[in-house]
Design a protein around this ligand. Structure first.
Ligand code: FPP
Length: 225
């Protein structure tokens, strides 16, 4: 059986779910947050060490201002209300992406990272204002500036995921089959599961089914053994 150390998720389908059931995209984001809570619990139960959630991409700024504001207000409320409990559960929170939000949110994100920095039961990487191409370009710039050799080890050390093992599993909900500029380097050998359900409808049973399927896959990383 394959060990499962890291699950990455593209939480797609909030907007469509919200429009379908509540006549509002933002209601979909609110419901999506409930799924986030469920999946964190289930990740702990499954003793998985890393969970990476794609919460806001560099391309998501193109959305209407009102929706962007709603998403960041939701994030802020979530962190203010839940950080104490996440910390008590020995969960470490790390932000991947560029922190160029409001001063208040930047401060809150740094506070949460510092507060939970020593925790080691589960690390949640929240991808916020994250784009894989920008991450790679920044890594190449640093390599060039420091006159370092271009090789896998050196590129990896300049990525924001430098101390995080590559995902074993990528899940994308929402019935869409694309990577949307998410962890393009890190997903090279991940097992990918495209899920038809929209993120707010995704549940523990769906998650455990994927985990079970993953554990039984024969992974050979390019070899034939
Ligand atoms: C994609 O669905 C989802 C997002 C861009 C935001 C994800 C946010 C959450 C799950 C809730 C907040 C999370 C945290 C951690 C506070 P979409 O809106 O692109 O859906 P669509 O494809 O149906 O339009």
């Amino acid at each position: 059986m394959n060990p499962l150390n890291h699950v990455a998720i593209i939480m797609d389908g909030n907007g469509r779910w919200g429009l379908k059931y509540k006549n509002s995209r933002n209601a979909g984001h609110k419901a999506g947050l409930k799924t986030v809570e469920k999946i964190i619990k289930e990740t702990l139960k499954n003793k998985i060490k890393f969970l990476t959630l794609y919460a806001f991409s560099t391309e998501n700024w193109k959305r209407p201002k009102k929706e962007v504001k709603y998403l960041f207000d939701l994030l802020e409320t979530f962190l203010v209300n839940r950080i104490e409990d996440l910390n008590n559960q020995n969960i470490k929170l790390k932000i991947i992406g560029i922190k160029n939000f409001s001063k208040k949110l930047n401060k809150l994100l740094i506070f949460c990272e510092k507060k939970t920095a020593k925790n080691n039961k589960l690390q949640i990487n929240l991808a916020l204002n994250y784009g894989s191409k920008t991450e790679l370009i920044n890594a190449f710039k640093l390599l060039s500036k420091n006159k370092e050799k271009i090789n896998i080890k050196n590129i990896t050390k300049y990525l924001q995921t430098k101390k995080i093992p590559d995902p074993d599993v990528l899940i994308r909900t929402g019935n869409t089959k694309r990577l949307s500029n998410f962890l393009l380097w890190q997903l090279a050998y991940s097992e990918i599961f495209f899920e038809k359900k929209l993120w707010p409808a995704f549940n523990e049973k769906d998650y455990n089914k994927i985990i079970k399927n993953f554990k039984n896959i024969k992974r050979n990383f390019g070899s034939i053994s």
